[in-house]
Ligand binder design. Structure first.
Ligand code: GYE
Length: 387
């Protein structure tokens, strides 16, 4: 706009000076008047342009001030921006975890949450974290799909000055995060093993031939549950006939159990599913294959998570014992964020509280590394209070 106006004025001045050069005095006077008019107009335009420049500078200064105020919002009561790179949507547990985060980190609670469902894709999860860095969020929450391969992207977060909080699964090859909130998966695996030992003794079962349907390979939840159960199996001399991944999904659990039913027909008396959704799939496969499971039947079915539907299957006498993994980490993550906001140093590790569930006939005394455990009876009230 401004360029166009000045261009028009310059052409007018050129016409006037050409007119001035033709020698007639009337023409000379007219040309002089016109030149004066053009000069005035040019002055006005220059002033106007300057005013606009001044306005631009003021607007820019205002924008900078606003941006600065936004950046400081987290410390003076405005919204705190958070990017959350969630594993996916593979299980009931995951749904509860996502809901917990969305409830706690809501706008009403003073947060702007960017939520990314990474659909169990490790590369997509790292991309999500990088997009949070680009957005310049105040905090990044990661539930790592697998435990390794994190140091580079966590270094990028550190360089950008964005604190990372890890939830649920652990990161095992980098310590560039401020805190982790989650469960002790090794303890969960040992709990399943120690319960089985005590329960088998009570039932007079002398030989254990177990099939394991594991979670997503390389996830710390899988590694801990596998290692914990195997430690007890090795100590007790049990046979683990096979361990294949069901990827923490119902479809995966069904598929693996269908193949187990064919390969190990009549040879197994324990099935360990590393989450409830896999157990739902495994039950369908066993139903179809005519394998009877649950208390009083040939096969002891063990599960992890203890979500509502899992506990309903305990109550229905299908799952013999269910080892809880608590997905409601978000309030603890919020606590960590508030501590950081106040300039305090949060605990590097926060463990969730969990329970081991069964019906009265399956409740037995056992210890983990010398610590006596208490089991919780599954009742309708317990189910109603579960996630
Ligand atoms: O057990 C399973 C989910 O990481 C602990 O992931 C979590 C596991 C949980 O898909 O259901």
């Amino acid at each position: 706009m401004k360029k166009k106006l000045l261009g028009t004025l310059l052409s007018a001045a050129m016409v006037m000076s050409l007119l001035a050069g033709c020698g007639s005095s009337a023409a000379t006077d007219a040309a002089a008047d016109a030149a004066a008019t053009v000069e005035d107009a040019a002055d006005d335009a220059a002033e106007e342009a300057q005013a606009e420049v001044v306005e631009d500078v003021e607007a820019a200064e205002e924008a900078v001030e606003e941006a600065a105020a936004d950046a400081g919002a987290s410390s003076d009561g405005g919204n705190i921006s958070i990017g959350f790179a969630q594993v996916g949507h593979e299980s009931d547990w995951r749904t509860a975890s996502t809901k917990s985060c969305q409830d706690v980190f809501s706008e009403a609670n003073g947060y702007d949450l960017s939520f990314v469902d990474c659909d169990n894709d490790e590369a997509a999860q790292k991309e999500a974290v990088r997009s949070f860095i680009e957005q310049g969020v105040d905090y990044i929450i990661i539930d790592p799909i697998i435990a390794t391969g994190w140091d580079t992207v966590l270094t990028e977060c550190e360089d950008a000055g964005i604190p990372v909080i890890v939830i649920d699964r652990t990161i095992d090859d980098s310590d560039k995060y401020v805190a982790w909130v989650g469960s002790n998966f090794l303890t969960e695996g040992k709990a399943a093993g120690e319960w089985l030992k005590a329960y088998a003794e009570k039932q007079g079962i002398g030989e254990i031939n177990a099939l394991v349907i594991s979670g997503s390979t390389g996830a710390s939840a899988q590694i801990g549950r596998s290692d914990g159960f195997k430690e007890i199996a090795d100590r007790e001399g049990w046979t683990i006939l096979d361990e294949q991944t069901g990827d923490f999904t119902e479809a995966g659990g069904q598929e693996v159990m269908e193949s187990y039913c064919k390969s190990y027909e009549g040879k197994f008396n324990v099935v360990v599913c590393q989450n409830d959704n896999e157990a739902f799939g495994a039950m369908t496969a066993m139903d179809n294959a005519g394998v009877a499971y649950g208390p009083g039947n040939d096969v002891i079915l063990i599960s992890f998570d203890a979500c509502t539907a899992g506990l309903e299957d305990v109550k229905a006498g299908k799952i013999s014992a269910d080892f809880e993994c608590n997905p409601l980490a978000a309030p603890f993550v919020e606590m960590v964020i508030q501590q950081l906001q106040n300039g305090e140093t949060p605990d590097k590790e926060v463990y969730m509280e969990e329970h081991w569930y069964a019906l009265p006939d399956q409740i037995v005394d056992f210890s983990i590394d010398g610590a006596a455990q208490t089991m919780t009876e599954v009742t309708d009230d317990v189910i109603a209070a579960q996630y």
